[in-house]
Design a protein around this ligand. Structure first.
Ligand SMILES: [Zn+2]
Length: 406
């Protein structure tokens, strides 16, 4: 059947409600007059939509705004507790599962160290077990759960809800997440972790009001989420944004993806920590040697602590990280010309040590650098950015009107 491109009257109604919800959610408080002005819809239309959304508990009225004269307009706010989501975030070391509201705020969470890398079958059983714990917690509000948002590192197929096979992932197996979760009759959405964290940034972070955004995520893996003209760009099979597997050294070592000298091999934190261990073993850093004597392993936060204590090896490692991240950043800005770049992932912990390298890269290496400078920000999502990203997938579909709730 041909895709319908026209709008029927019911579609127009849905679009307008979606627009009003989107604006109130992003701007926090808005009067009906401001809504009419911003959307270009007539005041009676806005009044109708607002009344419908208030009666279905998606918006509520609060206080008054300050105007100089006349009757003070009542402000509208988005009801974060109108519905809930279940968010699942896979990392390379385990997964977290949470009940969230539409803030999204995490209301209840379970963290598991079962890694789908190590043992897919036990991890899936563990996921089902933890999922039931979350449902039990949500017992009073079960009918208000909109859906399950899942994100994972590596390539995913959102249509079949499958984490795809990857050489370092799942022992060459692809993982269908729909089967273990299908019995709960909730819509399931899967996204790559960088895309999901990027989406969260557009709802709750620095990227709220930006039309063109790049979220550059540097953690154990390196990836990017790209928003073009207000929409998350997916490309064919949602594979866009794999900046970590762009080549920065044609003659470099072979990467797991098949390419050579991939960016991830130079600024992925797994590689960086491997180098930090070598520095400790070869006696080049007393700070890191001390860490290894006391702790099981060196973590990225140790490198940041070392740099704060002026340990030369840690400062060198972070300096190197900043330079390679700068290279990736310039490549992203040259490709997508974003208004803003948000740096995310665990690397954000080292912000004071990266800032100079990143700015210098933009000032010295960017094409058309006097005109093309984007705003540079750092994600405030902390370690929960990806889990909140998973919840944001459901929030995003809900506000787009795709979940049939308004
Ligand atoms: Zn690669």
């Amino acid at each position: 059947m041909a895709q319908r491109i026209g709008d029927n009257l019911t579609d127009v109604k849905l679009k307008n409600r979606s627009l009003v919800l989107r604006l109130v959610k992003k701007r926090t408080l808005l009067s009906r007059i401001e809504l009419a002005r911003t959307t270009g819809l007539t005041q009676p239309t806005i009044t109708n939509i607002a009344n419908e959304l208030i009666s279905s508990r998606m918006l509520y009225e609060v206080g008054t705004s300050d105007t100089k004269a006349g009757r003070k307009p009542i402000l509208l706010s988005f009801n974060e507790r109108a519905f809930y989501t279940i968010a699942i975030a896979f990392t390379r070391r385990g997964f977290s599962i949470a009940l969230t509201d539409l803030g999204p705020n995490i209301l209840y969470r379970r963290d598991s160290s079962y890694s789908i890398l190590d043992n897919t079958d036990s991890a899936l059983l563990e996921l089902q077990k933890e999922f039931i714990h979350v449902l039990e917690y949500a017992t009073q509000s079960l009918r208000l759960i909109l859906g399950i948002g899942i994100c994972s590192p590596g390539p995913v197929d959102p249509e079949t809800c499958t984490i795809l096979a990857h050489p370092t992932f799942l022992s060459h197996r692809s993982l269908d997440l729909r089967s273990p979760l299908s019995e709960y009759d909730l819509p399931i959405f899967l996204m790559n972790d960088a895309d999901a964290a990027c989406l969260h940034e557009t709802w709750n972070g620095a990227g709220k009001e930006v039309r063109n955004l790049v979220y550059f995520m540097v953690g154990e893996g390196v990836g990017a989420g790209v928003v073009i003209d207000g929409k998350l760009y997916g490309g064919r099979k949602r594979r866009a944004g794999e900046i970590g597997h762009t080549c920065v050294n044609t003659f470099g070592p072979r990467c797991v993806c098949g390419n050579r000298g991939c960016l991830e091999m130079y600024c992925g934190l797994l590689v960086l920590l491997e180098r930090a261990r070598e520095e400790a073993w070869f006696g080049k850093s007393s700070f890191l040697q001390n860490v290894l004597a006391k702790e099981e392993d060196i973590r990225f936060s140790h490198l940041v602590q070392g740099a704060e204590n002026n340990d030369p090896a840690c400062m060198d490692l972070l300096g190197n990280l900043g330079q390679y991240m700068g290279t990736g950043l310039v490549n992203l800005v040259n490709l997508y010309a974003p208004d803003m770049v948000v740096i995310g992932g665990e690397a954000v912990l080292a912000q004071p040590f990266l800032e100079v390298s990143l700015r210098r890269s933009l000032e010295e290496r960017l094409f058309f650098r006097d005109y093309a400078q984007p705003v540079l920000r750092y994600s405030q999502g902390g370690k929960d950015a990806v889990l909140l990203g998973a919840a944001s997938i459901v929030l995003d579909r809900f506000i787009a009107g795709e979940l049939g709730r308004f």
